[in-house]
Design a protein around this ligand. Structure first.
Ligand code: NG1
Ligand code: MG
Length: 592
């Protein structure tokens, strides 16, 4: 199982494609800190092919790591002499991007309600680049240097205090673009602190890939985003040339799945697909390429958490609670191992997945306690939930199910509920609701959209299974047009993200439409949305022409061409629209 594998440590740069970039970082590190780094760690960004905003409801998703990544060089801080020894745990962090200022910080032990805690002082209101470095450090401090031990022992015992560290960061993932620069930052920072403190090479203490994912998810919550585990799993576990089916139930697991006919030679699998009604006359061999295109609208997720990301997490969780009540599910049936990811560890909170499992358990008379995701059981459960979710539609006067609304405002009114109604629907009373939900996440909305969010979630989870089926099918001829089928699922996902989950924006809707007109078979938002990137499925033979057409039709790209010199425009656009190959997950290079 991919998640239980150790984190790879290499000692030769020949392993890496862009060895010059690693070399350059090492040289700059030496110029700044006086000696070569002890390690360079790498964590890639990811593109999500399908399964948007369902990881925190514990449904599987299919991302793949991309070549863009974060590299962190690190080494214990040298001691000049015994009088000028740096304080244990101190970090001096630099970033090769000029606009990111250097940062020095020291973890402090603080007493809160009688409990000793590590404190790195992350300011969630004004997140800086080093907040993500600190977020990674927290996990390493809490797990390997538990607070409390230090006061009881000699503070200079190396086991009880982290070493002082120099670190230098460089990256090629555009921030706020839905390609998970934040997860890559947190994963690489966690990894750097593990490496430099000798934990990664200690067989008794080194975390597996799966454990690193869990630590990184927990760490990312330190910057105020209650994410699921997709990005961290993709960044850590991915294998070159494959996508990853990541499932979160009953616990995190990941399976590499082939993408039909990617251009990587080892996985080339040719599929005959017909594009006309006359197969014998017009056949074509498709090779899948995924092209990322940035809307050039940046969406800093942490800044808008209250009204966007965390609000969606909140609406999904409350929708689950209402479903429990309406479907008469007993408390025992959904009380599961809450150590699994999501829902912030509170047993009172239920995920949309818990509801499905409880319902299927009740009806089939058995519970799913297996280690691996039971896909068939899940598929049946999803089909069932897609019907049950209709009970979340508010009854308004003479309710007319299926009636089309003329405009968005009317639709919001039709499907949304206010706070009081929502509390009443959960059947849990105001005080309890406040304790379980309002104290958990800070959110802001006049109307809460329980129906639309839950409907998107269950339908999207089913699309993920269909996408996976097409990819893992060993007999491509059973499905004559796998690419068209994958593309149709991506388009349906886009439509649902736009209309039901409302996590797109006019630019995403426009860019995906233009992408289809430019020759993409399918196109959708990727990542959290509200800006950021889209991903399009394009036949390999069409990629260059596709990118060219998109440059000529998407207005912000045209503006770049019109307002800059040719070469400069070309450079900017190459960073905004590019074809991507599924890359491998984290690794560590050790200097010997
Ligand atoms: P982005 O914004 O692309 O990093 C976020 C979440 C994911 C997932 C997607 C939506 C983080 C770190 N990641 O991804 O867990 O929920 O949105 O599918 O917040
Ligand atoms: Mg992110």
């Amino acid at each position: 199982m991919a998640a239980s594998l150790p984190i790879p440590i290499y000692t030769s740069l020949d392993t890496f494609k862009n060895a010059e970039r690693w070399d350059d970082l090492a040289r700059r590190f030496k110029a700044r800190f006086g000696k070569l780094p002890a390690y360079i760690v790498r964590a890639p960004g990811r593109v999500n092919l399908i399964g948007e905003h369902i990881d925190y409801s514990l449904f599987g998703v299919i991302p793949t790591a991309i070549e863009n990544d974060i590299l962190i060089a690190c080494a214990p801080m040298p001691c000049l002499d015994e009088h000028t020894m740096p304080r244990l745990g101190t970090v001096i962090a630099e970033n090769l991007r000029n606009e990111y200022e250097p940062s020095t910080f020291v973890p402090l032990l603080r007493s809160v309600n009688g409990e000793v805690e590590w404190d790195l002082q992350i300011d969630k209101k004004a997140l800086r680049w080093d907040s993500y470095v600190k977020a990674g450090y927290y996990g390493v401090l809490n797990r390997y240097f538990p607070p409390g031990v230090q006061s009881a022992t000699d503070p200079l015992t190396p086991q009880s205090f982290p070493v002082p560290v120099n670190i230098m960061v460089t990256g090629t993932i555009p921030p706020g673009s839905g390609l998970s620069s934040s997860a890559a930052m947190v994963v690489s920072s966690t990894l750097a602190f593990l490496a430099v403190n000798g934990i990664l090479e200690d067989p008794l203490r080194a975390p597996s890939k799966g454990e690193l994912v869990e630590m990184a998810v927990e760490n990312e919550r330190r910057v105020g985003v209650n994410s699921g585990g997709m990005d961290q799993a993709a960044s850590v576990i991915s294998q070159a040339g494959s996508a990853l089916y990541v499932s979160f139930f009953p616990r995190l697991s990941a399976q590499s799945i082939p993408i039909p006919s990617t251009s990587s030679p080892s996985s080339v699998r040719e599929v005959q697909t017909t594009v006309s009604a006359e197969p014998s006359v017009n056949t074509h061999v498709y090779r899948a390429t995924f092209v990322i295109a940035h809307t050039l609208v940046s969406s800093p997720k942490a800044v808008y958490a209250k009204t966007h990301y965390n609000l969606r997490v909140f609406e999904s969780a409350v929708a689950a609670r209402v479903l429990v009540h309406r479907l008469g599910l007993s408390r025992g049936s959904y009380l599961r191992d809450k150590k699994s990811m999501g829902m912030g560890g509170n047993e009172e909170r239920v995920s949309l997945r818990d509801v499905l499992e409880a319902l299927v358990d009740r009806e089939s008379g058995r519970s799913s306690e297996g280690l691996e995701e039971d896909v068939e059981r899940l598929r049946k459960g999803l089909e069932r939930m897609i019907q049950e979710v209709e009970c979340l539609r508010p009854l308004r006067g003479a309710d007319q199910p299926g009636k089309e609304c003329e405009n968005q405002e009317a639709q919001e009114q039709e499907f949304g509920v206010d706070l009081d109604t929502m509390v009443e629907w959960t059947g849990m009373g105001r005080e309890k609701f406040e304790e379980v939900y309002l104290n958990w996440l800070e959110v802001e909305a006049d109307l809460f959209q329980l129906y639309k969010r839950a409907k998107h979630c269950y339908e999207e989870a089913l699309r993920v299974l269909q996408f996976r089926d097409i990819c893992v099918s060993t007999s491509p001829f059973n499905s004559p047009s796998p690419f068209l089928a994958l593309a149709a699922l991506m388009n349906a996902s886009q439509e649902s993200c736009s209309a039901l989950y409302e996590c797109t924006c006019p630019e995403i809707d426009l860019l995906t439409k233009l992408a289809r007109e430019a020759g993409a078979l399918g196109s959708r938002v990727t990542g959290a949305g509200w800006g950021g990137c889209t991903v399009s499925l394009v036949d390999e033979s069409e990629v260059d022409a596709f990118i060219d057409r998109l440059r000529k039709t998407y207005p912000p790209y045209r503006n770049i061409v019109a307002s800059m010199g040719r070469e400069e425009a070309d450079e900017v656009l190459r960073a905004a629209v590019f074809a991507t190959k599924p890359s491998s997950g984290v690794c560590v290079y050790k200097f010997i």
